[in-house]
Design a binder for this molecule. Structure first.
Ligand SMILES: *Cc1c(COP(=O)(O)O)cnc(C)c1O
Ligand code: SF4
Length: 338
């Protein structure tokens, strides 16, 4: 028998959806009804950082539209093969803040736990595409050391699950990790940075809601949604379950050329996020990561966009336009560098 969700939609487990994800350009073009021959000269087969797109996400790509803003986030363009001066492999020097395997401690009061090295989806603009995940594998020994690190620094009040995507891990593992962290007195808040509930909404399982509600930590989730079309009814249901279970929902987007770098797209995104119970948090300027320059937006255009958003939206729906610099004590608001 085919399992059904309450809404009657056929439900495949999130693990199956992960395993079934499309992993090459030809399949991606075929699944989105695009003619491979017609776009041949604009695309490439990635030499590293493979294609990965699960079907629940593919469903939201408009068939036959090679400029679809969701497709553009996951399709490998010829420009990826170019080397652009000024773009680096680790522009944020995260490997310097990688204080212990599995931990990035850059900002005061909050540490980032690298839980897992894979994602449900491979976004071509990803700033961690070159991160040395093989040195951050969360073996039991590393995990013990990471916990000790958090225990010893009483200034840490927030732990951030990151990755990769932390929600590719099993709920059993996440529940156990969360339990151990919640036993540390000075840690008050848990934040989860994930694209999973949007990419594969079935990921919001009863087990997930179970450990999220059982913990005494205050939980927030920062979703990574770049375009309003990423929100469909199944995603809406998954997000509603999180909201109903007292998870504060925030969103961060990346300003991406050809995806969302115009005011109409960003206004619609903010309004749609709010309709789904999500507050816009950050709009990131692209990090200068090698092989991603074709998604970048000039600073001047970013400024103009921000002014337009301020003029068209209530203040709480305008995300903070920021970028990241090495060795700073916070993300840098664009307004400080006029
Ligand atoms: C972005 C980021 C955080 C969180 O910063 P907030 O401003 O609190 O959202 C923490 N650690 C690292 C390494 C980060 O890049
Ligand atoms: S989900 Fe985030 S970390 Fe994973 S590939 Fe996309 S941008 Fe990178």
């Amino acid at each position: 028998m085919i399992p059904r969700t309450e809404s009657g939609v056929h439900a495949i487990s999130w693990q199956k959806e992960l395993a079934n994800a499309i992993t090459n350009v030809e399949q991606l073009l075929a699944a989105t009804k695009n003619d491979a021959a017609a776009v041949q000269q604009h695309i490439c087969t990635p030499a590293q950082f493979p294609i990965r797109v699960p079907f629940p996400y593919i469903k939201r790509i408009v068939p036959g539209d090679i400029n679809d803003p969701l497709l553009r986030q996951v399709l490998s363009y010829r420009e990826e093969t170019l080397t652009t001066p000024g773009y680096l492999h680790d522009p944020l020097q995260e490997t310097n803040s990688n204080v212990k395997p599995g931990i990035i401690h850059k900002y005061k009061g909050r540490v980032l736990l690298v839980l897992g090295s894979t994602c449900a989806i491979n976004c071509r603009y990803c700033f961690r595409r070159h991160f040395p995940y093989q040195n951050n594998q969360n073996s039991t020994l590393q995990w013990t050391q990471a916990l000790d690190y958090i225990r010893r620094d009483s200034s840490i009040s927030e732990v951030i699950y990151s990755g990769g995507d932390p929600l590719v891990n099993s709920d059993k593992k996440l529940a156990s990790v969360t339990q151990q962290i919640s036993e540390i007195d000075h840690v008050k808040r848990l934040r989860i940075h994930t694209r999973m509930p949007v990419v594969i909404p079935q990921r919001v399982t009863d087990e997930l809601l179970g450990w999220l509600t059982e913990t005494n930590l205050k939980v927030s989730m920062v979703l990574h949604i770049n375009h309003a079309n990423e929100l469909d009814t199944e995603v809406a249901e998954a997000l509603a379950k999180l909201s109903m279970n007292n998870v504060i929902l925030l969103n961060q987007s990346v300003l991406l050329q050809g995806v969302n770098n115009h005011a109409d797209a960003l206004v619609t995104l903010s309004e749609s996020l709010f309709d789904h119970g999500i507050i816009p948090y950050y709009l990131h300027l692209m990090d200068k990561v090698q092989h991603t320059a074709h998604y970048d937006t000039p600073l001047q255009s970013a400024h103009i966009l921000e002014q337009e958003l301020l003029a068209r939206l209530p203040g709480y729906l305008v995300p903070k336009l920021v970028f990241e610099e090495p060795a700073k004590n916070s993300k840098t608001p664009l307004t400080t560098i006029t």
